[in-house]
Design a protein around this ligand. Structure first.
Ligand code: ATP
Length: 323
């Protein structure tokens, strides 16, 4: 039997690749991140979500050992980063920063070759050739970096991040500002990294992207507000959702469903009734009976995913009462 996906397994020692252990980082009096703890496991994509200034970039930089925590520590396979030398850190971790710079006056190949040599790779030329193929940029190898489109620059920057085949990959908004086709290509690359068993931490503002690729989500606003699979976060805050479409305005039927078993919240949006609750789907027959008895002409009944955006905004709203 194959291994279940990393997100469904309890964390074991072998899974503990990169650990944030009560991380706090202050910049002068400003606390950028406070008491953050989580583990990044092999073969998973963990999405880091949070509003501007929530501390996502700070967290990534802490995890890559680019800055030191004010308190707490980062552990790589159980060993504190401060105890590791720079070379072993760089070998294990690849980070794509928010605005990755390429040397504009060098060609794509020269950019990658410089990095391959900096990393001390045994066959820099071969590693670059492989990366050019892998990222589908071989035909542009001779182009100056200055002449690349934004999407291509990002692909080359990703190729550079992954040139030395790090097991842990930290990506800061890798699809931000890319057109839909380029963003899709980058997402496909990220999924491939997971397929290769690497641990990927992805900071993004794109909730649809999180829904498509992430195994788990960490929601951050200075503190960690929530951590879990998207399914678990949905279930925690909304349970299941049943979407019933009726002929005409659904508002008149909201009160009909009040007190139905398995349903906690009912709201109407035009002809659509949304019933959220721990067991909304199981109670679909009762819900339909009640609506028909109240004179509703039902056009369709579907169980539905609560949009991640609703979960996220709910979390941030809830978090604001804490701070
Ligand atoms: P965004 O989504 O806008 O990229 P973010 O979640 O990545 O934001 P950070 O860039 O980590 O957030 O910033 C968190 C907080 O720490 C902000 O208030 C920011 O101003 C502050 N901060 C980050 N880096 C520094 C620094 N080098 N010096 C001073 N303050 C900093």
């Amino acid at each position: 039997m194959g291994m279940p996906p990393a997100a469904d397994r309890p964390p074991g020692d072998a899974d503990r690749m990169l650990t944030a252990d009560h991380l706090t980082r202050q910049f002068d009096a400003r606390v950028a991140v406070q008491d953050i703890s989580f583990e990044l496991r092999p073969g998973e994509i963990l999405a880091l979500l949070g509003p501007n200034g929530a501390g996502k970039t700070t967290t990534l930089r802490l995890l890559a050992g680019l800055i030191r925590p004010s308190s707490g520590q980062v552990l790589l396979d159980g060993v504190g980063l401060h105890g590791l030398d720079g070379t072993s850190l760089r070998t294990r971790i690849g980070i794509l920063t928010e605005a990755p710079g390429l040397w504009d006056r060098l060609t794509v190949r020269q950019n990658l070759l410089t990095y391959a040599r900096l990393h001390g790779l045994p066959s820099p030329s071969r590693a670059v050739d492989e990366a050019l193929d892998l990222f589908d940029v071989r035909s542009r190898a001779g182009d100056l970096a200055a002449h690349l489109s934004k999407g291509l620059r990002q692909r080359v920057a990703l190729a550079r991040t992954l040139l030395h085949r790090p097991g842990i990959v930290l990506l800061d908004e890798p699809t931000s500002g890319l057109d839909p086709a380029s963003a899709k290509e980058v997402r496909a690359l990220i999924l491939r990294l997971r397929g290769e068993g690497r641990a990927v931490l992805l900071s993004t503002h794109n909730l649809d992207e999180v829904d498509r690729v992430a195994d788990r989500v960490a929601v951050l606003r200075g503190r960690l507000l929530a951590l879990g699979t998207t399914a678990a976060l949905r279930a925690r805050f909304f349970g299941e959702r049943l979407k019933v479409t009726v002929a005409g305005d659904a508002q008149q039927f909201v009160s009909v469903l009040g007190g139905s078993s398995g349903v906690d919240i009912v709201r109407a949006d035009g002809p659509v009734l949304l019933a959220d609750g721990a067991a909304a789907s199981a109670h679909a027959p009762e819900i339909v009976r009640r609506l028909v008895a109240a004179g509703a002409d039902i056009l369709s009944v579907h169980p539905e995913h609560v949009p991640l955006e609703e979960v996220y905004l709910h979390l941030l709203g809830e978090g604001s009462t804490e701070s």
